[in-house]
Write a new protein. Structure first.
Length: 262
């Protein structure tokens, strides 16, 4: 029987982070999920439902979902990596299987480079790893000027994030973006984009020096590049593979679990 889900709040260097767990008692390695920008822990609902034999934890990243008490204003991706380790320490989890989407993957990559002994294996979905170009920075500046027209902005974001076919065949994907995104103020959207995307340092060397088993996944229409040296699964859709191709992401996670024999 799957344990009843619970939410707790853990103090980290960034602030108080909401942790959602099934609290399952098991000798199997726990799995932890980290979502990307504009979403919250519900991004992983399809995948979490399929895992019943171990503890499953999903995080609301800073300023997202129920993680609203953020006390550090100048946090960085490295702070997010430290936040992840602090969460594992607080939960007394010595080693974990980590699954990330976009920002979540960027966080896991940095944490695994700092503390490889804490991670059994990684699934890095739709992970940006190149530094933003000047053109991209200028584009974001223009896009942010449209935030006052929030519905229009959200629809444009959906077009950029989801694949054309998946958005056309499943219009409800827009609602799955607008629900968590509407919880963010315009100021918070700008702040998150700056810290996670525009100020992110190039992480190619972190991938090349990674000493933890990892599998990557990206959509055919995803704007991110295929990471070097990591086995990468290509699926249909764009940048939000956990929602566009949930079964393929579940298969990826099961592959990680099976490879560990746990």
């Amino acid at each position: 029987m799957q344990a009843k889900a619970q939410t707790i709040y853990i103090k980290t260097n960034i602030g108080e982070i909401a942790i959602h767990s099934n609290n399952q008692k098991s000798e199997n390695l726990p799995i932890i999920f980290l979502h990307g920008v504009y979403f919250d822990h519900h991004l992983w609902d399809n995948q979490v439902r399929e895992i019943k034999d171990r503890m499953v934890i999903s995080i609301d990243m800073p300023l997202h979902g129920e993680s609203r008490e953020i006390t550090k204003s100048n946090w960085t991706l490295n702070d997010c990596a430290d936040m992840l380790i602090e969460i594992l320490d607080s939960l007394q989890i010595p080693k974990v299987i980590a699954i990330g989407h976009s920002w979540g993957s960027m966080t896991i990559l940095r944490a695994a480079n700092k503390h490889p002994e804490r991670f059994a294996s990684l699934a890095l979905c739709n992970m940006p790893f190149h530094a933003a170009s000047e053109k991209q920075k200028a584009t974001f500046g223009l896009q942010h000027s449209m935030l006052i027209f929030r519905n229009f902005y959200t629809k444009q974001a959906a077009k950029a994030l989801f694949g054309k076919t998946s958005l056309a065949e499943n219009p409800s994907l827009l609602n799955l973006l607008s629900r968590p995104m509407n919880a963010l103020t315009n100021k918070e959207v700008k702040q998150i984009d700056k810290k996670v995307i525009l100020d992110a340092e190039d992480a190619t060397s972190l991938i090349q020096n990674l000493h933890v088993k990892a599998i990557a996944l990206k959509g055919k229409e995803d704007y991110v590049f295929t990471p070097p040296k990591i086995e990468t699964v290509i699926v249909d859709g764009g940048h939000i593979s956990p929602l566009e191709e949930p079964l393929k992401v579940i298969d990826l996670i099961k592959q990680l679990i099976d490879n560990k024999g746990q």
